[in-house]
Design a binder for this molecule. Structure first.
Ligand code: SF4
Ligand code: SF4
Length: 377
């Protein structure tokens, strides 16, 4: 076996239950000191995608963050918590609001640890990554267990996108909007900033049109831990009922030998996932979810379908609160705020769906081209 992942049950976010489950997940892998040396400095990076309360299942639950902080305190570490909340991260006031609403600020205040913005950056490889990676000895990655319309899952590797500072995320979305290209960028970031430990919060997971307000929460009652993000995402995919090869980031990282994607070479400690009888996750209706179906078609048909199929964002006007977040995050600046809601200039739209991801009101839907509807995608 070349990688180890622990899978433990935890059926609520009650603080004592989470503390015990995180302790168990680490204990199965040899304990926290197998990953982090005592007396060191540690950056803890949860998934704080947007300004929503923890019960929406969009962000890493603050009790998971608290449990990790307390374990690190036991070995006398100096802890820093932070995230660059996806496309929201370009405005500091948004980040502060995210920290407050997601409950992360409260936990950091209770525990007396510093909570930082990722506004200061240093170019590493071709990305401006937060300088907190330089300031700390170790990185602990705390993703959320969710489906993702664009990348199929948002697990260990995808969560590292938040290390990219501010507006540069929008640039990356603009320049690498094809899913395979974007997956390569995410893996480049993983290569540059490999976490020393990852714990996936899958207690309240998300299926369907994740990762934000259009997804469906799903009580999964699981935590996953390990140091190999490729192995973790492989196990996460298996639990969801998909294969690791369908997750482009896992496929790319495995091609680059950055981790273990062969199930037979990953040792799972704790729960036997085959015996958990988990119903396969509902996949996103469009984009990544359709790609899974298209990839099962014969090669010739696949190419034709891929070249003809299109997806577009559209406004669900009755839900729109005119908050303007979509306007701010659109990398092509093709959304205009009108009295009645938003208007999208389809001549400029690159179908990156940053607008949908950033919308706090689930007011942006996805339209499919006629061919997609005709062939049942
Ligand atoms: S309108 Fe939405 S999908 Fe189109 S480019 Fe802007 S953010 Fe991307
Ligand atoms: S579509 Fe969503 S993000 Fe855009 S203005 Fe309306 S509510 Fe805000």
């Amino acid at each position: 076996m070349s990688a180890k992942v622990s899978v433990v049950k935890c059926n609520s976010y009650e603080p004592a239950a989470v503390q015990q489950a995180v302790g168990n997940a680490l204990g199965l892998l040899g304990g926290i000191t197998s990953f982090i040396k005592p007396n060191s400095t540690v950056l803890v990076k949860p998934n704080l995608l947007m300004s929503k309360s923890p019960d929406c299942g969009i962000t890493t639950h603050p009790e998971v963050v608290r449990a990790v902080i307390r374990i690190l305190k036991e070995i006398n570490c100096k802890i820093t918590v932070g995230d660059g909340p996806s496309v929201w991260g370009q405005y500091i006031e948004n980040v502060q609001e995210v920290y407050k609403i997601t409950g992360i600020r409260g936990v950091c205040q209770d525990e007396g640890v510093q909570l930082v913005n990722f506004d200061k950056r240093r170019m590493r490889n071709k990305f401006p990554l937060t300088v907190w990676l330089d300031e700390c000895d170790y990185l602990i990655n705390l993703p959320k267990f969710k489906t993702h319309e664009f990348t199929l899952i948002t697990g260990s590797i995808k969560n590292l996108f938040g290390l990219v500072s501010g507006t540069y995320k929008t640039e990356l979305h603009k320049n690498y909007f094809a899913p395979a290209d974007f997956a390569k960028i995410l893996v480049d970031i993983y290569q540059e900033a490999k976490p020393d430990l990852t714990i996936i919060d899958g207690i309240l997971a998300m299926e369907g049109d994740g990762p934000a307000t259009s997804g469906i929460t799903r009580q999964l009652d699981l935590l996953l831990a390990g140091s190999d993000c490729v192995a973790l995402d492989t196990i996460m995919a298996k639990i969801m009922g998909i294969t690791q090869q369908e997750v482009l980031t896992t496929k790319e990282a495995s091609l680059r030998n950055l981790g273990e994607a062969q199930l037979s070479r990953i040792k799972i400690e704790g729960e036997d996932i085959d015996k958990l009888n988990i119903r396969p996750f509902i996949l996103p209706k469009n984009r990544a979810g359709c790609a899974v179906k298209i990839n099962k078609l014969p090669e010739v048909v696949k190419k034709i379908v891929k070249s003809l199929i299109r997806y577009y964002p559209y406004s669900l006007r009755l839900k729109c609160t005119r908050c303007g977040h979509c306007v701010n995050v659109c990398p092509k600046k093709c959304i205009t705020l009108k009295k009645s809601g938003i208007q999208i200039n389809y001549n400029k739209c690159i179908a990156c769906f940053c607008c949908q991801e950033a919308c706090p009101a689930a007011a942006i839907g996805v339209k499919k081209s006629l061919l997609a509807k005709l062939i049942g995608l």
